[in-house]
Design a binder for this molecule. Structure first.
Ligand SMILES: [Zn+2]
Length: 189
């Protein structure tokens, strides 16, 4: 088994492990490890002490940058999660008679928000089959759609957030919201 000497290395505040030394020609050496790695990402000797110090400073700097980016991504993810959670809690509060599922798209569709609504049927429903819905159910579905849409927009506005938009290909480039609301009624048994 090859040992790289990490057990003798010292961990510095940025998280890197370093091991300084002198080689057989009397030149300064430096080995550096990522926090969890057993193999060093750098194991070199330098012509001068200054050159070694410079290499160490560069490694520390890039470690700090990496950490900053990690933190920024974390905050960003938190922000996206908040948009769906803001909508979810607003809808549940406003329409306690419905069941909601609020999710966001992934990858290139990550701006899209999907709201699935499970609502009870109206007493005036005269559906004979599950789909398509009768005119009473369609009317009720349209009504729920606009109520939910309004609440989604209002709840985001209160938090200084908004829906994403895309240009539709209707020939006018009309802006549309990246929001999909799907309403379901219970299956007929
Ligand atoms: Zn119906």
């Amino acid at each position: 088994m090859i040992t790289y000497g990490k057990e003798q290395a010292t961990q510095i505040p940025c998280g890197l492990f370093i091991l300084e030394g002198v080689n057989s020609r009397g030149l300064p050496t430096l080995r550096m490890w990522q926090p969890k790695a057993s193999k060093p990402f750098a194991a070199y000797y330098y012509p001068t002490e200054e050159a070694k110090q410079k290499a160490l400073n560069n490694a520390i700097r890039s470690m700090e940058l990496h950490e900053q980016r990690k933190q920024a991504r974390k905050l960003e993810r938190k922000g996206q999660k908040t948009r769906t959670s803001v909508i979810k809690s607003a809808l549940r509060k406003k329409f306690s008679e419905y069941q909601f599922s609020v999710t966001k798209g992934t990858g290139t569709a990550c701006g899209w928000i999907h709201v699935d609504v499970d609502a009870p049927r109206t007493a005036f429903c005269f559906c004979k089959i599950d789909q398509p819905y009768c005119s009473q159910c369609r009317e009720r579905s349209n009504m729920i759609h606009s109520e939910v849409y309004k609440e989604v927009v209002d709840s985001l506005a209160k938090e200084n957030m908004s829906l994403s938009h895309y240009c539709s290909d209707d020939g006018y480039g009309t802006e549309r919201s990246e929001l999909l609301i799907h309403i379901s009624f219970p299956k007929l048994s």
